[in-house]
Design a protein around this ligand. Sequence first.
Ligand code: AMP
Ligand code: ZN
Ligand code: FE
Ligand code: FE
Length: 288
Amino acid sequence: MAQAFVDLHTHSTASDGTLPPRELIRAAKDAGLSALALTDHDTVGGIAEAADEAKKLGIDFLPGIEISAEFPHPGTLHLLGYGIDPANPSLQNLTSLLIEGRNNRNPQIVEKLNELNVKVTMDEWQAKAQGGVLGRPQLAALLVEKGYASSVKDAFNRFLGQGAPAYFDKERLQPRAAIERIHQAGGLAVIAHATQLRRSSIRETATVIKNLADQGLDGIEVIHSDFNDLEIDFLTRTADDFDLLKTGGSDFHGGTKPKISLGSVNGRRVPREFYDELTAELKRMSSW
Ligand code: AMP
Ligand code: ZN
Ligand code: FE
Ligand code: FE
């Protein structure tokens, strides 16, 4: 059999991606992928639709989620939860908590933008979100449409990103609690795009990951659109040294991050064995 490839980090309109879950699965089929994980921010709202389409098209589907945890600025710590059960009450409880954090933050952003004479409303952001979780990339796209920024990146640099005037933090769980919640929901916890921890050296990044492993972390995303070859090699070695699972994905968002394509990560592809090892571990935990 020809070598098979997967994408284990993707977003749909259920959060801040631009493809509805069903279309995301079709795109995965078109890209020749044999498996896909949907990892929307703070929601499992897209999973039923994606799973249904995956079944129809004969693609293996892994339900997931991406949540952010407390971490010192300017770093960010995102955790992927794989194999979570969308119906699990503790997961429902977690997503409600995370959405509440957004609902507290988002109006502050809009209010500040208005103070800066950037005319945008919560209703417009809501409309842009197409029924999904309201994330900053949709707001950034709105600012581009309205002529306040030249690109999504520019909107983050000038208004929405860390250090910019309309940046507001949202409440997050401590990493240990976030990992525990993922486990309670029957999932495995994997650190996403570890370069965004923004540690000053590779050694420091490894130390953070080691501490997370001591708190129950199950795996490391070793292939991601942000990584160069050296980072991929280093994270792969770190995963092997600490006996952690390896995952990989594009972090596909569709139109708001047009440089990122599904299933292809800077010319690399994510091997099927990452999916097989994740699901084997889920089976061992007997939650799958
Ligand atoms: P939110 O979940 O609403 O806080 O928004 C987080 C999303 O914004 C993630 O998908 C990030 O990739 C994206 N994001 C955060 N900072 C930037 C930035 N400086 N440039 C582009 N995208 C960003
Ligand atoms: Zn996103
Ligand atoms: Fe992320
Ligand atoms: Fe992501």
